[in-house]
Design a protein around this ligand. Structure first.
Ligand SMILES: [Zn+2]
Ligand SMILES: [Zn+2]
Length: 159
């Protein structure tokens, strides 16, 4: 069985997180990684305890749903909440980050952004990433499927 790469593993984690999103306008997931260890994860959703877009409908102002905290912000705020350093970390996101999240990523000391899908890639985000020496790389998730039976079989043969 072929071993999954780190990039595919972390990007798959972000896609899994996106499935927890509570706003159907766009389901986004983000995973913060340091030294090949996942330190935080987030998806776009309401503030804790708030009503969900999927239950009450989106709260749209000027074409944007204002109810949700973005996935990248949620992942960063999880670090802030639990006192986890983000300096020098990397972030894996399912979609290219919006301008506000791009600035927060830069400000938190994250040094590399991996994203799976282009999404309204703002030229100012790209300019800020470049000026701040934050690398940006597109890593598409290639079809990942887990064959449990295969895994069990190979575990048996390793006994
Ligand atoms: Zn919404
Ligand atoms: Zn954002």
């Amino acid at each position: 069985m072929e071993r999954i790469s780190w990039n595919q593993y972390f990007m798959a984690q972000s896609h899994l997180l996106a499935l927890r999103s509570t706003c159907e306008r766009l389901m986004v997931g983000a995973t913060i990684v340091r030294d090949k260890r996942i330190i935080a994860g987030g998806y776009n959703g309401s503030v804790s305890g708030g009503v969900h877009c999927i239950d009450e409908g989106c709260y749209v102002i000027d074409g944007h749903c204002v109810r949700t905290v973005h996935a990248e912000m949620n992942a960063l705020l999880q670090c802030s909440k639990f006192g986890v350093a983000t300096d020098g970390a990397e972030i894996y996101v399912t979609h290219f980050p919006c301008l506000q999240c791009s600035k927060a990523i830069i400000q938190s000391g994250i040094k590399k952004v991996y994203y799976a899908s282009d999404y309204k890639n703002h030229p100012y985000s790209l300019e800020l990433f470049k000026d701040s020496h934050v690398q940006v790389e597109k890593v598409e998730l290639v079809q990942v499927s887990i064959h449990l039976e295969q895994a069990i079989e190979s575990n048996k043969s390793n006994d």
